[in-house]
Write a protein that binds this ligand. Structure first.
Ligand code: UD1
Ligand code: CA
Length: 449
């Protein structure tokens, strides 16, 4: 069944106490709404419509950055979840298939849960609602059952005592045929305690039209919505705990799991060892059998089999480490390939560069890649030997098997096999130091006297 996702993200998120729209706050290095999309990916959606309102401009920008195909629609005034979904009506007018409503602030819905909802749809339920048994049902909407079927959803504010005693609650996730969903929403009014158009009212309307509504349940933890910074922090802790457990199950050694921080999309291959206090930003893949030593920070990079990083290394976006490459302490790599077995072991910046197979980069080497306006490329050939404290003023190329002398400022290309020396010639002055300090000490003694 082709599926469209409708992700509600128009709410202000007042309790975040933030200028940033709630769904742009980050969890596991990705904006909140991206997590809902990632759960929804289980359904291989053909269309995704994000309903934006507060901070719509910023939300649109973030959505397009994530996936250019996402349609963003504007809900100018937040008049309820039914009204929010209705904003997707025109965009999905010609769409044939199921629509699944997700909330942009609810990041933990499991893919398996959405699969179960799709199965319930396939079995013939016209409207499928995701429910959960709440430990403390609080202000959630209550699911009123009639045998196996869902009779209606009653919002807390509109519920009598008997209905409030129900512990089966509405998560907010709803699936139905797209045309049916919009037909049902057209029948929703706002004559209720909040004066809002409730999406949940479609259940009552569907039943009145002889359609069937059913409930799929999930664990309460999946339905956790983020409303405050404290909840965001709790969600982050949960995500980290899950990612650590998953990594270890996949055969990754975490020496001190609680000190390693992953992004939601981090992938680490088996038999890689991660030492304490390592942080992964978004977009990192580490292959099998690598070693990430203590206090390293990785982001937007790829580390191949058997490579060793750190301690105290920083891999920035576009860092590509081939098999067996070594990047040591206080080394920063950005938008650069370190080819097979090449070593960049100490106190170095390599940016916008290619470092060839087996090359050795001496301590304190810097690729001077930025002229204040443009970025330039540095090429270092296979098995080249770059002496300590070499400044490579890009654009520049050092040929295969070439070397640079310590302290050289390289401004011209170096041929394969050649040596580049570019530094002032040394001059020694016998006895100078002794005489010089004697003079200074004499001066100091005279001042005191
Ligand atoms: C809603 C459900 C309730 C359910 C609860 C689960 C309705 C009427 N109620 O209540 O049954 O138990 O979620 O958390 O659906 N939004 C918009 N535009 C709007 C209103 C809301 O985009 O006009 C978005 C919000 O940003 C949020 C989501 O929809 O992401 C839910 O809205 P919220 O106001 O939190 O709904 P609840 O009152 O909690
Ligand atoms: Ca809510």
């Amino acid at each position: 069944m082709p599926t469209a996702l409708i992700v509600l993200a128009a709410g202000q998120g007042t309790r975040m106490n933030s200028d940033l729209p709630k769904v742009l706050h980050e969890l596991g290095g990705a904006p909140l709404f991206a997590h809902a999309l990632s759960s929804g990916a289980a359904l291989a959606p053909e269309r995704t419509v994000l309903v934006a309102g507060h901070g719509a401009e910023a939300v649109t920008k973030a959505a397009k950055a994530l996936d250019d195909e996402i349609d963003v629609v504007l809900q100018e005034e937040q008049r309820g979840t039914g009204h929010a979904v209705d904003q997707a009506r025109d965009t999905l007018a010609d769409f044939q298939g199921d629509a699944v409503v997700l909330y942009g602030d609810t990041p933990f819905i499991r893919r398996e849960t959405l699969d179960a909802m799709a199965k319930a749809r396939a079995k013939g339920a016209d409207v499928v609602v995701l429910g959960f048994e709440a430990a403390d049902p609080g202000r959630y909407g209550r699911l009123v059952l009639d045998g196996n079927r869902l009779a209606r959803i009653v919002e807390f504010k509109d519920a009598d005592e008997a209905t409030r005693a129900i512990t089966l609650c509405n998560s907010g996730v709803i699936a139905a045929d797209t045309a049916t969903l919009f037909d049902l929403i057209a029948g929703v009014g706002n004559d209720n305690a909040s004066g809002e158009y409730y999406l949940t009212d479609i259940v009552d309307i569907a039943n009145a039209r002889g359609l069937t509504c059913s409930v799929v349940t999930c664990d309460e933890a999946e339905t956790l919505g983020i409303n405050t910074r404290a909840e965001l922090a709790a969600a982050e802790a949960q995500l980290q705990a899950d990612k650590r457990a998953e990594a270890m199950e996949n055969g990754v050694t975490l020496v001190a799991p609680d000190t390693v921080f992953f992004a939601a999309d981090t992938f680490v291959g088996g038999d890689t060892v991660i030492e304490p206090n390592v942080v992964f930003g978004p977009g990192v893949t580490v292959e099998n059998g690598a070693r990430i030593r203590a206090f390293s920070h990785l982001e937007g990079c790829h580390v191949s089999r058997g490579a060793v990083i750190g301690p105290y290394a920083r891999l920035r976006p576009g860092a590509e480490l081939a098999e067996g490459a070594k990047v040591g302490n206080f080394v920063e790599i950005k938008n650069a390939t370190i080819d097979t077995g090449a070593k960049v072991n100490h106190l170095t910046y390599i940016g916008d560069a290619f470092v060839g197979e087996g090359a050795n980069i001496g301590a304190g080497t810097i690729t001077c890649n930025y002229d204040g306006v443009f970025k330039h490329h540095t090429h270092i050939g296979a098995h080249a030997f770059i002496g300590s404290d070499t400044m490579l003023v890009a654009p520049v190329s050092v040929g295969d098997g070439a070397m640079t002398a310590t302290g050289t400022v390289v401004t011209q290309d170096v041929d394969p096999g050649a040596l580049a020396v570019g530094r002032a010639r040394q001059e020694n002055k016998p006895g100078f130091a002794t005489k010089f300090f004697e003079k200074l000490r004499t001066q100091k003694a005279q001042k005191k006297g």
